[in-house]
Design a protein around this ligand. Structure first.
Ligand SMILES: Nc1ncnc2c1ncn2[C@@H]1O[C@H](COP(=O)(O)OP(=O)(O)OP(=O)(O)O)[C@@H](O)[C@H]1O
Length: 246
């Protein structure tokens, strides 16, 4: 498809003898948001890490801004901002120092650091140590880090895990802002309410591939007011998860 930021064709991953993902096809356009859903262990993080260039696919191709990781790693990496599901912040560093460190790695100006802190609502606490921040504030700082260099694609792994409804709501607002600025946003989540609030499209992964997908509103049209929940329950049952191997 023309004008896509991200194109996945037949992407799969084996770890040892186990196939984690067999074949995934995905497209994402500028200004579009997509939530990757599914029970524990279906491969959401694995897929995001392959797109981020942290893990190599066992098969298939990933094109980001028309680039493949293997042919131009540096330019490929410049196309994306990645928000990991967990991050250990440096002891004693303020929000501004933390973001300035990331900015120096990406050759981003100090003015952009201030602008980004403002955008995520952390300007007033920029000199406070990150270790004093609530989980919601730390997530905002990680979001700022992903947004810093204005990459075409924002990739986020469980961005609202552990957040209360206030911070979830403010995350949805940040995604809407990022989309309006033309960023494509791809995030994984267990929390269907955040998929509902922040994603234009939802993809459910199961058994190594895409089990269901569609526009977020289409799930309500097809399955009623709790459409996403209905699909999740049908796919993953009461446990809502696939057992991880022991
Ligand atoms: N390095 C690894 N070695 C062995 N198995 C792995 C490794 N990384 C992931 N897996 C397995 O791959 C499967 C997919 O893991 P992944 O973390 O991608 O799932 P997920 O959908 O993100 O799960 P969750 O929702 O619990 O975070 C799991 O069964 C996991 O145990």
């Amino acid at each position: 498809m023309a004008n896509q930021v991200l194109e996945l064709r037949g992407v799969g991953k084996d770890i040892g003898k186990r196939t984690i993902l067999s074949s995934v096809e995905l497209d994402l356009a500028p200004g579009e948001s997509l939530a990757l859903c599914g029970g524990n262990g279906v491969g959401k993080s694995t897929l995001l890490r392959m797109i981020a260039g942290i893990l190599r696919p066992s098969r298939g191709s990933i094109s980001l801004g028309g680039l493949e990781w293997a042919s131009n790693r540096k330019r490929y990496a410049e196309q994306l901002g990645y928000m990991p599901d967990d991050y250990l912040f440096g002891q004693g560093l303020s929000a501004e120092e933390t973001l300035s460190f990331w900015a120096s790695l990406r050759k981003v100006s100090p003015a952009r650091v201030s602008e980004t802190l403002e955008l995520v609502g952390l300007s007033g606490v920029r000199r406070n140590p990150v270790t004093s921040f609530s989980k919601g504030m730390r997530q905002r700082l990680l979001f700022a880090q992903a947004l810093l260099a204005k990459p075409p694609l924002l990739l986020m792994d469980e961005p609202t895990n552990g957040l209360d409804p206030y911070w979830m709501d403010s995350f949805a607002e940040l995604v809407r802002f990022a989309k309006a600025e033309g960023h494509a946003v791809l995030f994984s989540t267990h929390q269907l309410q955040i998929a509902e609030a922040a994603a234009d499209r939802v993809v459910f992964l199961k058994d190594g591939g895409i089990a269901e997908q569609g526009r977020t509103s289409s799930f309500t049209d097809r399955y009623g007011p709790y459409g996403l929940q209905a699909v999740f329950s049908r796919l993953f049952g009461d446990a809502g998860s696939q057992e991880r191997p022991r």
